[in-house]
Ligand binder design. Structure first.
Ligand code: MG
Length: 266
């Protein structure tokens, strides 16, 4: 059942989103060639606890860390490790907090140093899809209009859009109704109403949309081992329009026309 949030609850979610954005921005600044990714996790957990919050992921269904660190062909739910980042890696970070009873959840993908052109485009376009999907999260639309926005941008560039993992409602629980798939038929799904708060999380693969889970029971990788990008923001439906609650650094994106011409030259 979808639980619509009161203005007071949205304010609490905003505070959790502010905290998780702060943690994400710190990690994005730290992520450099040579850094063991476990240090991102350690810093994130320390920062979260210093605010009197707790990591939402640690212990969630037994997940052992505070941050999901998914490098290159890893899609989501990767483990941080002692292995250092290297120039050209595609790094996806996903972090969650529970602050005064409310969840904050945010993901970003960045290139480490100089990355291959196709990787750079994949990252930019996944973030572009997230931004467009947030814009579509407004009264008058239905949920799958949001999903379709993500799917159609992936299709435009020939990317695989992951089907096995989805975005979600967010509130006191990390995963609330409704599920927010990254594909769907426009004009279908629940009507978007004031007070709906969802986490939208496009996952774009350079190759196939198919994924599999490694023996560690968590790390999701692309079946063809081509690279993947994952980004996530929390957005609230308000009468005046969508409000993006999380605000971690994205990237400066070229205008749409330029994005399209990038597709031709890619
Ligand atoms: Mg999420």
């Amino acid at each position: 059942m979808i639980q619509l949030k009161s203005p007071q609850e949205i304010q609490r979610l905003q505070e959790s989103a502010d905290l998780v954005s702060n943690v994400m921005n710190r990690m994005l600044k730290m992520a450099k060639p040579g850094l063991p990714t476990i240090e991102l996790d350690e810093m994130a957990e320390k920062t979260i606890r210093s605010y009197g919050a707790r990591p939402a992921f640690k212990g969630y269904r037994g997940f052992p860390f505070s941050v999901c660190v998914s490098v290159n062909e890893q899609v989501v739910h990767g483990f941080p490790s002692r292995k250092p980042l290297k120039e050209g890696d595609v790094l996806s970070l996903d972090v969650g907090v529970i602050y005064q009873g409310y969840v904050g959840d945010c993901a970003r993908t960045i290139g480490i140093g100089v990355v291959a052109a196709e990787a750079d485009l994949l990252i930019r376009r996944s973030y572009y899809a997230l931004q467009q999907a947030c814009k579509a999260t407004r009264i008058g639309n239905r949920l799958h209009d949001v999903s379709h926005t993500v799917e159609s941008i992936a299709a435009r560039y020939g990317y695989g859009v992951v089907r096995d993992f989805v975005g979600h409602g967010v509130g006191r629980e990390m995963h609330e109704d409704p599920q927010v798939p990254n594909f769907g038929k426009p004009g279908t799904g629940p009507r978007l109403k004031t007070g709906l708060v969802i986490a939208i999380e496009p996952m774009f693969n350079l190759g196939t949309y198919e994924v599999e889970t490694l023996d560690d029971k968590w790390t999701v990788v692309t079946k063809d081992r081509k690279i993947s990008a994952h980004v996530e923001d929390m957005v609230a439906v308000l009468p005046e329009g969508p409000k993006i609650l999380s605000s971690a650094d994205g990237m400066i994106l070229p205008p749409i026309e330029e994005m399209n011409s990038l597709a031709v030259s890619a």
